[in-house]
Design a protein around this ligand. Structure first.
Ligand SMILES: [Zn+2]
Length: 394
């Protein structure tokens, strides 16, 4: 099938051009000016075509407020909650999500059920349970708890053997719990090194919840390549993070979504923590942008959740652009860069021949105004049209 009358957004050039895109067996076959005569077509009516969104800081199973989490919850309940959120994220336009801590490793379950065709979910890169010290940021959320290098290594291997695609650790405190601080380190060099060793032996990598630059430098030295939050990062660390192969998800949503937090019954201490951190968080992300760090889109909220009228991943794009990231790089953060950190950038995150036909379309030019991303009206996954809101309207 040919998708015709599209304006193809080129995220390398930061430009768009009229095109037709040929999709065969779930992949992009070729791109041409126009389809051959008589070929089956789907007219997109001049819409702007982009790769499906790749968002990389997802918790499908998370419970709000966090204190309502029941670590002994029935797995079926966890699965139903998570499957619904996966479905919502996909139909909102997030065709790929990276999960980085799920109760009962439910991301692995949802991923495998979707792969078997039992329901539609985004392509899921699963992390299983995060690895946490018993009194660390992961406490009370169904993490895998460990203390000491040997215990962290064993916990890491257990997640990988259960089917995790990557590993998640908490190297600092965060903003969620009363009394915790994002600048407080939570793991030793040996513990971080042990998890990196387990990941490397399995051909994968480690994602770190990272609130402060001191722990980020510690983890960089141990070989961690994927960092989340970066609430407090100085200029010197920003330039270290600008190395090729290192990725940061700013998750600006975490410190600037008070109405969403209130709607989800967050406790006052969590809201106060987020508000207090928001100024330095923004300044830190601006240091990362100035240093040229490769940024990815991460929400920390279910990506399809409504945040002030748009899906969470779109709200995050708005925050990143608002922080000073160019429109082209904001779009790259949620496509090519996300695919790169997930190590699937040879087949996901671009509209190019050979790539998976995960595509979205918007009515207005996203290279002119990020607000265009609020208007996703077409979602295709693996060459199957899941949503075409304008169909039948013309
Ligand atoms: Zn998180």
């Amino acid at each position: 099938m040919w998708l015709t009358d599209v304006r193809l957004v080129d995220l390398d050039l930061g430009a768009h051009a009229a095109a037709a895109v040929h999709v065969v067996d779930g992949r992009i076959d070729r791109i041409a000016d126009a389809p051959p005569p008589e070929a089956p077509t789907l007219d997109l009516g001049g819409r702007f075509l982009l790769p499906g969104i790749v968002t990389v800081h997802t918790h499908l199973s998370i419970v709000f407020p966090f204190s309502d989490t029941d670590e002994d919850e029935d797995r079926a309940l966890t699965a139903l909650r998570s499957a619904e959120r996966a479905h919502a994220a996909l139909f909102a336009g997030a065709t790929t999500v990276r999960c980085i801590h799920e109760q009962h490793r439910i991301d692995i379950t949802v991923r495998d059920a979707a792969r078997r065709g039992w329901f539609r979910a985004p392509r899921i890169l699963a992390g299983g349970r995060a690895l946490s010290t018993p009194d660390g940021h992961g406490q009370g959320t169904g993490s895998a708890y460990a203390k000491g290098a040997d215990a962290f290594y064993a916990a890491a291997v257990a997640e990988l053997e259960a089917g995790a695609d990557h590993l998640k650790i908490f190297i600092t405190g965060g903003l969620a719990h009363a009394g915790e601080r994002p600048e407080v380190p939570e793991m030793t060099d040996a513990e971080i090194g042990a998890v990196v060793r387990a990941a490397t032996e399995a051909g994968t990598y480690v994602v770190a919840h990272a609130g402060h630059h001191a722990a980020i430098r510690q983890a960089l030295d141990q070989g961690v390549t994927s960092f989340e939050h970066a609430y407090v990062v100085d200029e010197a660390t920003a330039s270290l993070l600008a190395r090729p192969g290192i990725f940061v998800s700013p998750t600006l949503s975490v410190t600037r979504s008070e109405s969403w937090m209130r709607a989800n019954h967050f406790e006052e201490h969590s809201i106060a923590n987020a508000k207090a951190a928001s100024g330095e968080h923004l300044a830190s992300i601006q240091r990362l942008i100035a240093a040229g760090v490769t940024l990815t889109n991460g929400t920390d909220y279910p990506p399809g959740d409504d945040c002030d009228g748009v899906p969470a991943f779109v709200a995050e794009m708005g925050f990143m652009h608002g922080a000073g990231l160019s429109l082209r790089d904001t779009l790259r953060s949620a496509t090519v860069n996300g695919a790169a950190v997930c190590r699937i950038d040879d087949e996901v995150g671009r509209v190019a021949p050979g790539y998976v036909a995960d595509l979205i379309a918007v009515d207005d030019d996203p290279l002119a105004d990020i607000a265009a991303m609020a208007g996703i009206s077409f979602v295709m996954q693996d060459g199957v049209v899941l949503r075409d809101d304008r169909k039948g309207m013309r």
